[in-house]
Design a protein around this ligand. Structure first.
Ligand SMILES: C[S@@+](CC[C@H](N)C(=O)[O-])C[C@H]1O[C@@H](n2cnc3c(N)ncnc32)[C@H](O)[C@@H]1O
Length: 305
């Protein structure tokens, strides 16, 4: 099914809206240079080629998520593909619920919204030629954007759901992206392809897996949605300081699906947060992690009243 000119026009409109927005979602003035490659990648990658023909709308209507079926409603489907702020659900209940109609279930895979994807990649700031590991291939869309920047043969992406990994591999190959898709548990990373200059997770964690720290090159950047005691995840940018530790701060509040092995709810203190936390200060916590675990501490640099 072709979506040619319509999809291109929608892509251009999204790019205009993102570029025209003077501030990113952190409220920081957008760095035009940092956004340039993303704009080019966003315009070059046909998002509609990465979205399955049937997806669930992530909001309940009559108690269930409506199914958007490309064959039955091609225009609604394409419009939903190019909504800036809406993720589309591509799997419920780890695949146990078939995409045959409206459904209720746990969201276990999605194509993240355009703004969430673009902002996470902007925070990652990959450079041409760098080796990148992505955990959570999903549809393959974010891997395609990444490879557009770093080049063919540089991106390895891991997806735990074998069906999704296979579908993403096919889409990425068709797009000529040169991304290596591995079906497996991304919590272990992929040491054969490392060390990586950049690692990005598109599923959130309570604990930063030691394998990711071990496979990050000294000076490398790890961007990961980290669970917090604040009722949201935090996009955290960490740097490998070279002595087996990564350290950094949250740069945004966000919501992601949990990494499969870390779904069981736990109190923040069991994964490094202090007993008393202040949601107003979410951006001032420093996260430090190594092979033994992680700590989260409020920086003591608040101005004295
Ligand atoms: C928000 S979706 C990814 C979106 C994706 N980057 C895209 O552009 O379509 C999160 C993905 O992480 C995957 N996932 C969850 N736990 C995982 C794990 N332990 N290893 C690898 N993938 C995992 C889920 O199956 C899901 O497909």
């Amino acid at each position: 099914m072709t979506t040619g000119p319509d999809a291109k026009a929608l892509r251009e409109r999204c790019a205009r809206e993102m570029a025209g927005h003077p501030r990113d979602y952190l409220g920081v003035r957008r760095d035009a240079a940092g956004f340039g490659w993303l704009r080019e990648a966003f315009l070059a990658v046909r998002r509609e080629d990465f979205v399955p023909d049937r997806v669930w709308w992530p909001h309940l209507e009559d108690g269930a998520c409506p199914l958007i079926d490309r064959a039955l409603a091609p225009r609604a489907w394409l419009k939903s593909v190019y909504l800036l702020r809406t993720p589309l659900i591509t799997q419920l209940d780890d695949g146990a619920t078939a995409a045959t109609g409206p459904a209720v279930g746990a969201f276990t895979s999605s194509i993240s919204s355009i703004t969430v994807t673009v902002e996470a990649l902007r925070v990652l700031a990959p450079q041409p030629g760098e080796r990148v590991l992505e955990i959570g291939t999903g549809t393959g869309y974010s891997a395609a954007l990444l490879a557009r920047r770093t080049g063919p043969g540089t991106v390895t992406s891991i997806e735990i759901s074998a069906d999704l990994a296979e579908a993403a591999r096919r889409r990425l190959d068709r797009a000529g992206a040169g991304v290596r898709v591995i079906a497996g548990d991304g919590e272990a990373g992929h040491s054969e392809g490392g060390p990586y200059q950049r690692i990005i997770a598109t599923a959130s964690v309570r604990r930063i897996p030691p394998a990711w720290i071990a496979q990050l090159a000294p000076g490398g950047t790890l961007v990961v949605p980290l669970a917090s005691p604040f009722g949201c995840d935090l996009t955290v940018r960490l740097t490998a300081v070279g002595d087996g530790r990564v350290t950094g701060r949250p740069v945004a509040t966000v919501e992601y699906m949990r990494l499969r092995g870390q779904r069981v709810p736990e109190a923040g203190q069991s994964y490094g947060w202090p007993a008393d936390t202040d949601p107003e200060q979410w951006a001032r916590y420093t996260i430090t992690a190594d092979a033994r675990g992680q700590t989260v501490a409020l920086d003591d640099d608040r101005p004295t009243p």
